[in-house]
Design a protein around this ligand. Structure first.
Ligand code: ISL
Length: 589
């Protein structure tokens, strides 16, 4: 089951309800009837701590480094920071293998640094959430060590142990990183389940004592002042205890994705930890359909605030998986986005993201970094900040950073990429083919060091030798040279976050897809009781001419923001959209 496409929804026809002519009265006009919440209004900035800013010179980004860059982060107009894992860990999967939930990895800082960061973030009026990785731990975690040593002890079934002999695993499930999902443990003389690497044994959520330990740990962190959690593969925590084989036998996904007790567990977690606290909870939910998303995020069900659905991230997965991508179309992209928007309207809450630490850069996938880097980056930023939901921006995305596309095999660090390289070599792939796949799809594309300025060997990331190579384009793409350039992607990003703060319709307004006039155009409305915004995005590198039935209505509206172009200067209304052009028209109702 190595990273195959997860079919979550049937493809639905592109929906086209016309915007209603009457503005329904609402008790909360600015929020268009939605219950207001900071996590609906905020934009999230994802920090990959090891690649953000190295204050110590050891080649790895660290917590004091983030603290030093808080003014920059605040200047973006973002409101919430999400930190990838910073816990004690042997770092087999870049911190997603935690060996102590209540300690910070010394290379990244101390608990005092973490407390100072929480304070610094709050002092600037922002919030901070941390990764919660509770589908599995590291095999070095004391729970696993005790569990493997003491089959009669209290922690004996904190993990998925099965008896047997070393030559016959309990089933043929494959892990997400390649290879079997079961390993034989010589100490306990039994098999244990790991959906990821053998160093990441899966926790057994059937055990109530384990669940209580996890809730206590969550409480502990919330008491320290963090504002919520990004929950890693949270919809994998409930497994069918029979652990049946799938079709094909290697595919166990039907038996642990959105598993039998998942909603019960999340509701219990809500009751035990989250009730009465004002937190942001966002679940990473690969394999969740839009219908599942409603179940997870409907506030009445008291589970999560939001989930990351993966349909858009898997748009280019072929039946052979992510390493052999397939072509995708603008129609498919719009269909996925519109389906998630429409299904969650009034029933849950969306996340909006095109990049993260597991994905190639959104710009390289959905834009044109070769020929229209800045304009396509601006269009994608507009897409993220004008649809309905909470936007998540990966560090560097505000600069229009494409994939680093490292040119040699030895540049890659990620466990999934390294496993792919050895498997592809065994399967007889040519080196050039392996490199091409990595340059397009490796998770390391989202993990390169943040380019702060154009000089030195690392673009201001570190005084030492970076753990992974600097971004090859840091001399031209960096925060310093965009900071005072009003035409830069960074300046555009700041204008968009400011616009979201000014226009409640961009937060709470209902989403209506509109007739695009051309398949390369994404056109939609955001409507609140007192205003309607019309957003038109040219998704393509081509000039697109729109028909008069669409363009004539613009005479009654104001063009409030446009790209390409200089700020405060809009072009006369034309019917031709330039490559990756963005326009937002506003009409008061
Ligand atoms: O990265 C993927 C595809 O290339 C996914 O299959 C990914 O492994 C999956 O979305 C789960 O991701 C999360 O859990 C993993 C960790 O490696 C990822 O970094 C994390 O985001 C295991 O903890």
């Amino acid at each position: 089951m190595t990273c195959k496409r997860l079919h979550s929804d049937q493809t639905a026809p592109f929906p086209q309800p016309a915007p209603s002519q009457s503005s329904a009265p609402s008790a909360l006009p600015r929020t268009a009837g939605e219950t207001p919440a900071w996590w609906k209004e905020g934009t999230v900035y994802q920090i990959y701590p090891k690649s953000f800013y190295d204050s110590s010179g050891n080649g790895k980004g660290d917590l004091p480094g983030i603290l030093l860059k808080l003014d920059y982060i605040q200047s973006l107009g973002v409101d919430i920071l999400w930190l990838n894992p910073v816990y004690q860990s042997p770092w087999r999967d870049n911190g997603y293998d935690i060996s102590s939930y209540r300690q910070i990895l010394p290379e990244l800082g101390t608990m005092e640094d973490m407390t100072a960061l929480i304070r610094g973030v709050h002092a600037r009026g922002m919030r901070i959430i941390m990764d919660l990785v509770v589908n599995h731990t590291s095999d070095q975690h004391p729970w696993f060590q005790e569990s493997r040593r003491n089959p009669q002890g209290r922690k004996a079934d904190y993990y998925w142990w099965r008896p047997g002999t070393p030559d016959s695993p309990p089933n043929r499930w494959q892990s997400f990183f390649g290879g079997p999902a079961w390993s034989w443990d010589e100490t306990r003389k039994a098999w244990y389940l790991h959906l990821f690497s053998p160093h990441q044994p899966d926790l057994n959520w059937e055990n109530p004592a384990l669940r209580r330990e996890i809730y206590a740990m969550m409480d502990w962190w919330l008491d320290k002042g963090i504002d919520g959690f990004r929950m890693d593969v949270i919809n994998f925590i409930s497994k069918n205890p029979d652990l049946p084989e799938g079709t094909p036998p290697e595919d166990g996904r039907p038996f642990f994705i959105n598993g039998p007790r998942i909603h019960e567990f999340l509701q219990e977690m809500h009751r035990e930890v989250l009730d009465g606290r004002d937190t942001l909870t966002v679940g990473e939910c690969s394999g969740a359909s839009t219908a599942d998303a409603v179940l997870y995020t409907d506030p009445a069900r008291r589970e999560l605030n939001q989930i990351f659905g993966m349909d858009l991230m898997e748009i280019d997965y072929s039946p052979q998986g992510k390493w052999i991508p397939r072509p995708w179309s603008y129609r498919e992209m719009k269909e996925i986005l519109s389906r998630w928007q429409l299904t969650l309207e009034g029933r849950g809450w969306n996340t909006l993201f095109l990049s993260n630490h597991d994905q190639p850069r959104g710009l390289s996938r959905f834009g044109d970094p070769q020929n229209h880097r800045e304009d396509s980056a601006k269009m994608l930023a507009a897409l993220l900040l004008t649809l309905k939901g909470t936007p998540y921006i990966l560090q560097g995305e505000e600069l229009g950073l494409p994939n680093p596309a490292y040119p040699q095999l030895h540049h890659y660090r990620d466990i999934e990429s390294l496993n792919f390289i050895s498997q592809a070599q065994k399967d007889g792939w040519k080196e050039s083919e392996i490199l091409k796949a990595l340059q397009e799809q490796s998770r390391d594309n989202g993990r390169s060091p943040m380019p702060w300025h154009g000089s030195g060997d690392t673009g201001g990331f570190s005084r030492g030798t970076p753990w992974i190579n600097p971004h090859p384009l840091y001399q031209t793409i960096n925060a310093e040279n965009q900071d005072n350039n009003p035409a830069s992607p960074l300046a555009w990003f700041r204008r968009l976050t400011a616009l979201r703060k000014k226009e409640p319709a961009l937060i709470y307004g209902q989403f209506y897809p509109a007739e695009p006039g051309d398949h390369r155009i994404f056109r939609f409305f955001r409507r609140s009781p007192d205003s309607q915004l019309e957003i038109i995005l040219n998704l393509s590198p081509e000039h697109v001419s729109l028909p008069p039935r669409i363009t004539e209505a613009w005479a009654q509206t104001a063009l409030i923001i446009q790209s390409p172009g200089q700020p405060n200067q809009t072009e006369p209304i034309t019917t031709v959209f330039r490559p990756y052009e963005v326009r937002i028209y506003k009409k008061n109702l």
